[in-house]
Write a protein that binds this ligand. Structure first.
Ligand SMILES: Cc1cc2nc3c(=O)[nH]c(=O)nc-3n(C[C@H](O)[C@H](O)[C@H](O)COP(=O)(O)OP(=O)(O)OC[C@H]3O[C@@H](n4cnc5c(N)ncnc54)[C@H](O)[C@@H]3O)c2cc1C
Length: 432
């Protein structure tokens, strides 16, 4: 048992949490000494899906073993606490890669399943859950269930994207993709405005597996950088950047402010050349923010929020323009904004976030009530457009927004385990 300040990425939950760190997961009873528990992976969710203020946390750090690798079938089975960067390092030696990767490698495989994470290639391959062959789940009654498309199918679909609420994922068997090397061949464009970015998404869809755009929300119209890439061919090696830097403690609240983030956005844009082609490492392409470990501490003790939503393609531009109006009205520009295009491959999970449309993720410092008021205005726009807000990034959405974003929750609750609960689940109050 360990008492620690388990926090999420946005610096939520800075109260002591008692975490059980069981080395042997067959001792199921160890886990259930609280009325409710939730698994904590690497705490890279921004809000409170991985927190449980009034109950227990189960820290998955010792479930860190790779169990089986089948070259021919391109399958790997690992424990759920395996951290993505370690998995990638192993797969590199086999000329394999994971089918879907989020924007940081400091996440666990269990966390990737529970949020059914998406990458820059959703338009080609769907989300992480689309590539899971099977998983094993420890339930609150101590039983262990195997789940796959053919076995316990409903529990499988509830667990993928199920926010850790159906039980503790013990192992995951994942389908891999083979690659020739550890490099990505990228092409970058400096963009003039949002219309330019949307056109580039359409133009590059077929040719490129990975696409993503960064937006400078201080400029008007918003300039940006659009990156597209494919796995490179040939017998080449791209060394990862040398060791990342660390932000050791929370920075003073004044350090990262409107002026410094405006400057950062401006410099980032001006440093990029108008049109660039290069071959780069996985780390530089997929995980640029991992270069500074604990960069979230730059926001200081108050922390920050990320607001990530998805809306259908046809509604995006209108919603985006209205969001800009609210940002101006509330005078709270986003310090960092990233846009991706989701394709129409259906997610397996009942509560999976990805669905056809554009998804915009924006970081905002926590300025208290004013920030929350602005998000409520965003919610209305997103809900009116038939979109959804992403729980992995959320610390404040209300019950109605959750219900409208995830109508299949009525099916999901049949599979929720009564011994598992999180601050998020309590807040959206589906159980009443
Ligand atoms: C810089 C950065 C970039 C990101 N980019 C993306 C992105 O591009 N796409 C995207 O989709 N997400 C992205 N994320 C979010 C991140 O991928 C998810 O929040 C992910 O789930 C975090 O994994 P974790 O191991 O830290 O899990 P935690 O945050 O600790 O937990 C997340 C959820 O998973 C559950 N969970 C964890 N382990 C288990 C288990 N063994 N059994 C059952 N439930 C479990 C928890 O209970 C919780 O509900 C990003 C986050 C950061 C910080």
């Amino acid at each position: 048992m360990k008492t620690s300040f388990y926090t999420s990425w946005g610096n939520r939950g800075a109260v002591p949490h008692f975490a059980t760190i069981p080395a042997n997961m067959t001792q199921a009873h160890v886990i259930f000494e609280y009325d409710s528990s939730i698994v904590y992976g690497q705490g890279r969710s921004y809000g409170d899906v991985c927190l449980n203020t009034n109950g227990g946390l189960i820290d998955s750090r010792y479930l860190d073993r790779l169990l089986e690798y089948h070259e021919g079938a391109r399958l790997i089975t690992c424990q759920s606490g395996v951290v993505l960067k370690n998995l990638i390092t192993f797969l590199e030696t086999k000329k394999m890669f994971i089918p879907v990767s989020p924007g940081t490698a400091n996440v666990t495989v269990g966390g990737m399943v529970a949020n059914d994470v998406h990458g820059k290639n959703h338009h080609r391959v769907g989300s992480f859950g689309n590539h899971i062959q099977s998983l094993t789940l420890l339930k609150g009654d101590g039983s262990i269930e195997e789940c796959s498309e053919n076995i316990n199918n409903e529990l499988f679909r509830a667990t993928i994207g199920g926010l850790g609420l159906t039980g503790m994922i013990l192992t995951v068997t994942l389908k891999l993709k083979s690659v020739e090397n550890n490099c990505i061949a990228i092409k970058s464009f400096k963009t003039k405005n949002i219309e330019h970015i949307l056109a580039l998404f359409d133009e590059t869809d077929d040719e490129y597996e990975y696409t993503v755009a960064w937006l400078d929300m201080y400029s008007s119209p918003q300039k940006g950088i659009f990156n597209c890439g494919n796995h490179a061919n040939g017998d080449i090696d791209c060394a990862a950047p040398v060791k990342s830097k660390t932000v050791p403690v929370n920075a003073p609240n004044w350090l990262l402010n409107g002026v410094s983030s405006k400057l950062f956005n401006k410099l980032y844009y001006s440093k990029a050349s108008l049109f660039e082609r290069e071959v780069t490492s996985y780390q530089s392409f997929f995980y640029p923010l991992d270069g500074v470990e604990f960069w979230n501490r730059l926001y200081g003790r108050r922390g920050f929020y990320q607001y990530q939503f998805v809306v259908p393609y046809g509604s995006f531009l209108t919603v985006y323009m209205d969001i800009l109006k609210f940002i101006k009205k509330f005078n709270q520009p986003s310090y960092l904004a990233v846009l991706k295009k989701f394709g129409d491959i259906k997610s397996i999970g009942m509560l999976s976030f990805p669905r056809a449309g554009y998804t915009l993720a924006m970081d905002f410092p926590d300025k208290g009530r004013a920030t929350l008021k602005m998000f409520e205005a965003f919610d209305k726009l997103v809900m009116d457009a038939g979109g959804a807000v992403y729980p992995a990034k959320d610390a404040r959405m209300n019950r109605n927004v959750f219900l409208q974003s995830f109508p299949a929750v009525t099916e999901f609750i049949k599979h929720k385990d009564e011994r598992f609960c999180s601050d998020f689940w309590r807040r959206v109050n589906i159980d009443g």
